[in-house]
Design a binder for this molecule. Structure first.
Ligand SMILES: C[S@@+](CC[C@H](N)C(=O)[O-])C[C@H]1O[C@@H](n2cnc3c(N)ncnc32)[C@H](O)[C@@H]1O
Length: 203
């Protein structure tokens, strides 16, 4: 998927804003946010979710593997003066683990693009401080129609299988809820794709 090319138009889609706002509300509901918390967003894109949460958090690292997304993000940070948001070019499939540790990691619609899910869940666990929380918002398992036949990522996630993967990665409590319903036209009807929020904590 060519996120570099799509970056400049990303924020023109009101659904992406609405989705980020719904996920931010669900995170706020499950996690005690505070300016004392150091956070990372993984797969931040243009930072829609972090901009929704940034007044309630301390320093936020916004990580993404797309230079196009990070360029748009940097423009938004400069324009808003939200200088506690720090872009980071990072792909945990190939880059070494950053040395910084976080109280909160959140990720929206990115896990289904990551081929080795077990590995990245272990990385997230390693990047969290004790008592830290991981929030994953992503598609429930679907039939592949969300992205279409040429997509080589995951067709969403089955919640119980993901829960087991999180436990194997070292997380101890995992809570799932539905936090948003994506609607996409398909032929002459509208298809609905639920998005879950999983909140996992480490000891
Ligand atoms: C569907 S977009 C979601 C962007 C943003 N979270 C949002 O909801 O608006 C997925 C994002 O994940 C990023 N991404 C995909 N694979 C990645 C990887 N292995 N490491 C870091 N970022 C990745 C893409 O560049 C893209 O910005």
């Amino acid at each position: 998927m060519d996120f570099d090319t799509r970056a400049k138009q990303w924020d023109n889609d009101p659904i992406k804003w609405e989705r980020a706002a719904a996920v931010a509300a669900a995170i706020r509901n499950r996690v005690q946010l505070s300016p004392d918390l150091r956070a990372m967003e993984y797969g931040c894109g243009t930072g829609l979710l972090s901009f929704a949460l940034c007044r309630e958090l301390g320093a936020i690292t916004l990580a993404d593997s797309s230079t196009g997304m990070l360029a748009v993000l940097q423009e938004k940070i400069t324009a808003s003066g939200m200088n506690h948001l720090q872009p980071l070019h990072l792909d945990l499939a190939v880059d070494p683990l950053p040395t910084e540790r976080y109280d909160l990691i959140y990720t929206l619609m990115t896990l289904h693009h990551v081929s080795d899910v077990e590995r990245i869940l272990r990385d997230f666990h390693a990047l969290l401080r004790p008592k830290g929380a991981l929030c994953i918002a992503d598609l429930d398992q679907e039939d592949g129609s969300f992205h279409g036949a040429s997509f080589d990522g995951h067709p969403g996630f089955e919640r119980e299988a993901l829960r087991e993967q999180l436990v194997r990665a070292g997380f101890d409590s995992v809570h799932f809820e539905t936090c948003y319903l994506m609607r996409k036209p398909q032929g002459d009807r509208i298809r609905e794709y639920p998005i879950f929020l999983a909140v996992a904590t480490r000891a």
